[in-house]
Design a protein around this ligand. Structure first.
Ligand code: ZN
Length: 251
């Protein structure tokens, strides 16, 4: 029996995880969606986090004219908002504060987004190269390019703003060579305008031939041609088995 796609998970795969979930696609575009074999724990469709994440992506991608994001919100998210005593509605529209005359800001539960993007990122990596990273060797961080970095007390996360600005400019300005960038080779009919993914890092080429990943990996997710999430898997360097010793600082 096949193992689950998630790094470190030894459970047998009893379900199929759609990457991203089926609910992200309008009915007319549910064609040749990507899947990986998954255990129940690492299947987002079982945890219902997918609806929370989809609601937030849609709300941030809706424009004044009808687009795919507004269609998906109407058909897939809206009917779910009132279920279980308005559980999803309360989660999505949490702690409102006034933004301007017409609009309000809502507090986003980043830990929910992070656990969703952990699964999606590892899912697309596994789909692409059929290998798992060793989790202990990596720091994983997701940058939500289109979301503001203000917490409920109005504090601004300057580090996050700096990182996001860097990646935004990098992705816009650099004509990435095919050597370091792979587009996911999608099957016929797959709707890349709903979700597309790019992998950045020379290690991706090497990993096709060798057994493991040895350097950092960047995965860029794009939803509805607008909402961008940069997932940084930063390789942690270990000095344990090298002759290099770093002297402690005198204080
Ligand atoms: Zn699993």
């Amino acid at each position: 029996m096949a193992k689950c796609y998630f790094p470190g998970c030894e459970s047998h795969a009893s379900t199929k995880e759609h990457i991203p979930p089926k609910s992200f696609f309008p009915d007319s575009k549910k064609i040749n969606l990507m899947t990986v074999k998954s255990c129940k724990l690492h299947n987002n469709e079982k945890t219902k986090d997918d609806m929370y994440v989809l609601a937030n992506i849609c709300l941030n991608s809706i424009t004044e004219t009808e687009n795919d994001a507004s269609k998906v919100f109407e058909s897939n998210v809206k009917p779910q908002l009132m279920h279980n005593n308005e559980a999803l509605l309360k989660k999505v529209f949490r702690n409102p504060t006034k933004h301007d005359e017409k609009t309000s800001r809502f507090e986003i539960d980043i830990s929910r987004l992070d656990s969703f993007f952990d699964c999606l990122t590892h899912g697309v990596i596994y789909k692409k190269v059929n290998k798992k990273v060793v989790l202990e060797n990596y720091n994983v961080r997701h940058l939500y390019i289109n979301l503001e970095d203000i917490d409920k007390d109005g504090n601004v996360d300057k580090d996050s703003i700096f990182m996001k600005k860097y990646w935004q400019e990098y992705l816009e300005s650099v004509e990435l060579s095919e050597v370091i960038e792979f587009k996911y080779e999608t099957p016929k009919g797959y709707s890349t305008e709903i979700y597309s993914v790019r992998f950045i890092g020379a290690d991706f080429i090497k990993s096709l031939e060798s057994d493991s990943f040895n350097s950092s990996i960047t995965v860029v997710h794009k939803f509805f041609g607008y909402f961008v999430v940069v997932s940084l898997l930063t390789r942690i360097v270990s000095f344990a088995n090298t002759p290099i010793h770093i002297a402690p600082k005198n204080t």
